[in-house]
Every structure is written in C-alpha cells, then in structure tokens.
Design a protein around this ligand. Structure first.
Ligand code: NAD
Length: 297
C-alpha cells in the first residue's frame, strides 16, 4: 500500500478560482478593487517570501495588494498605530500581519490596533473567541487549510478519531477547534504529551503542526490514517520538509499532504477566501460603523 498524496496546489487552484468569481461579483458595485495590505516588520527572508506569495495570490483573484514594511526596530506602539491606520482606511478590506514578530514586540500589544473584521489571518483575540464560541470570525489560515484539505478530499470527519500534534494559537489549537466543529473526536498532543506515538497510532486523522522534522514516523501511524502536515522546516542544505517522516509513513498511511505543495498553498487560498468574506461583510454592513478596531490606538 502507498498513501494517496493530497495535492494542496490543485485544491488551492480550485479555491482561488471560486474566490476570484466571488470577488468579481462584489467588485461590480465598487469603484475600486478589493484591497489587502501585508504588513512586514523587519526583514526576515522567509516572511518576505510568504508576503510576496500572498500578494501574488491577491493579484490572481483580482484584488489589489500592497506590502507595508516597518523597521525591525519599531516599537510596539508604532506597529499598533500603523495597523490602526490601515484598519481605519476605507480603501483597505483586509490586513495580514506577517508572523513571527521581532522578539521585542509583544503580540497582544501590537494586535490591539488591528480591526478584527479586517484580520484575515485570525490572529486577533476576538476572532479566536468567535471561533471557539462558534460565532463566526476568521480562523488562522493554516489551521483552516488543514481542515479544508480534509473536507475537499472527501475525508469523512464526523465521529472519527483525530489527533492534533501542536497547540499553538496559530495552528494546533484552532485546528482542534475546527475539527471538533466537523464532529471529529479530537485529542491535542504537545511537548508534554507522555506517549505521543501511542496517541498518534490511535488516530484515523492526524494534523501535525510541531515544527519538528520527521517527528511522526511510519511506526506511529495507524494503517490507512490520513495525515495532514502543517510543518515547514528548512534543513541545513536549504531543502524544506514537514513534520512527517515521509519514507516510513507513505507505505502505512492512507493519504498524506506533501511538503511543499500541501498545506502551504491552501493556506494562501484560505486567506483569499477570508478577503472575499471581509468584502462581502462590508458590502452587507456598509463601509462604516462596525469596522472600527475594538481597541483604539
Ligand atoms: P509553535 O512552535 O508555536 O508550536 C509548536 C507546537 O508543537 C507546540 O504546541 C509544541 O508543544 C508542539 N511540539 C513541538 N515539538 C513537539 C514534540 N516533539 N512532540 C509533541 N509536540 C511537539 O509552532 P507553530 O507556529 O504552531 O507552527 C508549527 C509548524 O507549522 C511550524 O513548522 C511552522 O513553520 C508551520 N506553519 C505552517 C504554516 C503554513 O502556512 N503551512 C503556517 C503557520 C505555521
């Protein structure tokens, strides 16, 4: 047996095409195209590369995009103020703050300037709350991408045993919530989990988001299980791998996402879907009023 590869690039193409159509419908009544801003603090090359990819996806769906760069030495107040300015700009529909932030910046202090309604990557606490209370809101894009891949690959989730490896705010924790929302029975594993192999072996679906190359190997996998790999690890030779040990996993699993070409492209496509949602919400609610940031700068 060899696992089916779940092709994230193909899924992303379909999603982007759907979003392009939806945005075209909404753009018909506007004088300007839908617009996003990607905010980059500092000059981390990987973040800059992701920002360029997001802007390319935006262009592909008919949105206008712009990169806002801030010095890596910026104070939290300066970054928060810039986010507040963008949030208050009627010409901007969605904002993506590239993470990670430089070490000296405290995430919550910075995010206070961001309007939850324009927070396409679901990093604002209000969106986290809305997701956990099933009250709408934007989920973090990578977590939603993991679940989108399962749904769009017709992997049944209701009543099935799922394990998420990782509990960060941006991937593991929201992935667990979204899987629960799809009626899976979810176990969350993390660094303190005593018997990781045993937990993973019980699962029919595994979402791994640990940032640890080769963490999940074939001997830990239940035969036929579906494995979604969110990990992005750059090795010393410059190659990029996920958290699955693919050579040992492939003969055992039922389906896996490759890295690259799995969760990554779908993550970008989710951001564009969120842009379409933000644009639709603004068209419904009007362009004023509820779009101001929750916390003024
Ligand atoms: P993080 O470091 O914030 O969290 C990692 C989580 O994994 C923690 O909860 C930790 O307890 C757990 N973990 C780490 N090592 C473990 C181990 N040996 N056993 C059990 N649990 C372990 O990382 P993150 O921001 O959640 O990102 C996770 C991975 O996903 C990274 O590789 C990151 O690059 C990738 N990522 C991908 C995308 C995407 O678009 N595809 C987006 C965000 C993050």
């Amino acid at each position: 047996m060899s696992a089916r590869l779940l092709d994230g690039r193909a899924i992303a193409r379909t999603m982007l095409e759907e979003t392009r159509h939806e945005l075209a419908l909404h753009a018909a009544g506007r004088s300007t195209p839908p617009a996003i801003r990607v905010v980059l603090v500092g000059d981390d090359p990987a973040s800059a590369m992701y920002a360029r990819r997001i802007l390319k996806s935006a262009e592909g769906v008919g949105a206008s995009g712009g990169l806002v760069t801030l010095s890596g030495a910026s104070a939290a107040g300066a970054v928060r103020d810039r986010l507040h300015e963008l949030s208050s700009d009627d010409g901007v529909d969605g904002i993506i703050l590239q993470l990670p932030l430089p070490d000296h910046l405290e995430m919550e202090a910075v995010i206070a300037g961001l309007s939850p309604e324009k927070d396409l990557d679901g990093i604002h606490a209000l969106n986290a709350g809305r997701i956990s209370r099933r009250a709408g809101g934007f989920a973090p894009s990578c977590a939603e991408a993991a679940v989108q891949i399962l749904l769009r690959s017709q992997v049944p989730l209701a009543g099935r045993l799922a394990v998420v490896v990782g509990r960060s705010n941006v991937v593991g924790r929201p992935a667990g919530l979204l899987l629960t929302e799809e009626d899976a029975t979810v176990t969350t594993c993390h660094r303190q989990t005593a018997a990781l192999a045993e937990q993973v072996r019980a699962a029919e679906i595994v979402v791994v988001a640990a940032g640890s190359p080769g963490l999940v190997s074939g001997d830990m996998v239940r035969p036929g299980a579906v494995l979604i790999d969110c990990g992005i690890n750059v090795l010393a030779d410059g190659s990029v791998v996920g958290d699955l040990d693919l050579p040992s996993v492939l003969p055992v699993a039922g389906a896996v996402t490759p890295v690259p070409g799995g969760v990554g492209p779908v993550t970008n496509a989710v951001l564009m879907e969120h842009l379409a949602r933000a644009v639709r919400a603004r068209a419904t609610l009007g362009r004023e009023g509820s779009l101001s940031p929750v916390t003024a700068a």
